[in-house]
Write a protein that binds this ligand. Structure first.
Ligand code: AMP
Length: 494
């Protein structure tokens, strides 16, 4: 039998049927629930090879629908629940799901269409617990190369594309993290990351099911309740995005997280200041990892440490990473900045119905092996590992000099009174672009003093030529700053 996340779930259900998998649901109950839901989804018209879209918040029903869809041999398409008509219609018309799972809140945004059945997650949850439903008879065999999920990329550049991750990819992603982070059946993960994203689904849920641990699913991130649960020792692991750690620091007061053995951050750069504050306050060094929808995860601080602020460590087991010149593709000399290329069983097979984008996303080496071109820039140091310098497309080139946003943002955040910062390039007749920053600041913030401090710390071409105060930076569902929107704001304010 081909090994997969489903086969791992079944193995745990057979060996430790009563062990808890999802909240208070055991492995055996979860396995049975997934087979019942598969049967009902089949009744609703879902066939092997079809797409099943899930457009809903984090609920147990999401997990049942996901596992049921995979059991039925379908490809599960997870849709960002914050998307509205324009993104949603694009994804639904691109992926053409035969069944769409919605929640009471999201249902209103899905237009009725012939040949497509809309299913309420509340019904999925009821099926999961209804022992009178017969499990799917003769579930289709799952092959490692079958496409398990389609996740649409954030779409900051043009229309979002569906990244196809196979059953083999999902298993590799979960196993790589399991090995690197010493994940065991005794672990409980508090999961407040959205399941529609690879961080929540591929790392959080699948990682748990493959390791045989337990996941406590939260519908959304709520800092007080997360702090309460973690300080009460309800979980051994917590995965977050940087903004969650900022909220935890604001919220935590005089608590300790003694039972939590691992805090992980990713999906955007963890500001060095946040890493340092967390270490000072709680005696805990957050483990930062680097990943993307297209390959799950590639780099991680070492479990044993040291976990240096601002670095993302070394390749995960089974993952190869190298740095290349983004134009020529040539390897980068030691210490230089290059584009991150990733190779491994975790790397996706391509974009759904988009040969041109797939072709453009990969480079081939002399042996003909495919390397995914991440579009992210980094440097490598043999002692400290990789440091991410930001997206290639977000690099600011000013008068011929490269300004790496993350480096400047790190310095901005060290200035008292700046709570959040985002550096972008502003078009400039003389220099092509000049660096400017949008900043969330306290009331007593003084821009002139801040710029004077920056001039002492940074080369002059890197110092923002303007600091634009903003109430709240625009962020996506993962807390990542949406720089294209900042650029639009600049363009329209002229
Ligand atoms: P997504 O596909 O939504 O997961 O976004 C992936 C992108 O997030 C990567 O290509 C990086 O630009 C960014 N990213 C992920 N992890 C990190 C990290 N630890 N530091 C900096 N950027 C990151």
């Amino acid at each position: 039998m081909t090994r997969s996340v489903l086969s791992a779930l079944d193995a745990h259900a057979a060996a430790r049927p009563d062990a808890l998998a999802l909240d208070d649901v055991s492995y055996a109950a979860l396995r049975d629930a997934s087979l019942r839901v598969a049967a009902k989804l089949h009744d609703a018209g879902l066939r092997a090879g079809d797409r099943l879209a899930i457009y809903a918040e984090n609920r147990p029903g999401f997990v049942y629908a996901y596992l049921g869809g995979l059991r039925a041999g379908a490809t599960v398409v997870t849709v960002n629940v914050l998307y509205r008509s324009s993104d949603l219609e694009h994804i639904l018309s691109d992926a053409m799901p035969s069944v769409v799972c919605v929640s009471a809140q999201s249902a209103q945004y899905v237009p009725a269409q012939d040949g497509r059945t809309v299913v309420d997650l509340a019904d999925v949850e009821a099926w999961a617990h209804d022992a009178s439903i017969e499990p799917l008879a003769g579930p289709p065999a799952i092959e490692a190369d079958d496409v398990a999920i389609l996740i649409y990329t954030s779409g900051t550049t043009g229309r979002s594309k569906g990244a196809m991750l196979t059953h083999g990819n999902l298993l590799a992603i979960a196993e790589q993290l399991g090995e690197a982070w010493r994940w065991t059946p005794s672990d409980t993960l508090l999961l407040a990351l959205p399941l529609f994203h690879v961080h929540g689904l591929g790392a959080g849920l699948n990682g748990t099911l493959v390791a045989g641990g337990r996941v406590l699913l939260r519908e959304r991130f709520d800092a007080p309740s997360v702090v309460a649960a973690l300080s009460a020792g309800e979980a051994t692991m917590f995965f977050g995005v940087p903004t969650m750690y900022v909220r935890i620091l604001e919220q935590a007061g005089d608590v300790r997280f003694d039972r939590v053995r691992l805090f992980v951050s990713g999906s955007a750069a963890l500001p060095a200041t946040v890493h340092e504050d967390f270490a000072r306050r709680f005696g805990i060094s957050i483990l930062e990892r680097y990943g993307s929808t297209e390959f799950g995860f590639a780099l991680s601080n070492r479990y044993e440490g040291p976990r240096n602020a601002g670095t993302v460590g070394f390749p995960l087991p089974g993952v190869e990473v190298r740095l290349a010149d983004p134009v020529s593709g040539e390897p980068i000399d030691a210490g230089g900045t290059g584009e991150i290329l990733v190779h491994g069983a975790n790397v996706f097979t391509g974009y759904w119905h988009n040969e041109a984008a797939t072709e453009a996303a990969f480079a081939r080496d002399a042996q003909g092996r495919r390397w995914y071109k991440s579009g992210d820039l980094a440097t490598f140091d043999p002692e400290r590992g990789y440091t991410i310098n930001g997206r290639l497309k977000e690099l600011v080139i000013s008068g011929g000099f490269n300004v790496y946003p993350i480096e400047v943002e790190t310095e901005l955040l060290r200035i008292p009174g700046i709570r959040a910062a985002a550096l972008i390039g502003q078009p400039d007749a003389a220099r092509g672009e000049i660096p400017v920053a949008f900043v969330e600041v306290d009331d007593d913030f003084d821009a002139e003093t801040a710029l004077a401090t920056l001039r002492e710390r940074l080369a002059s071409f890197k110092v923002p030529k303007a600091l634009y105060p903003i109430d709240t930076l625009p962020r996506n569902a993962m807390g990542k700053v949406e720089k294209p929107r900042l650029r639009e704001m600049l363009a329209t304010s002229d």
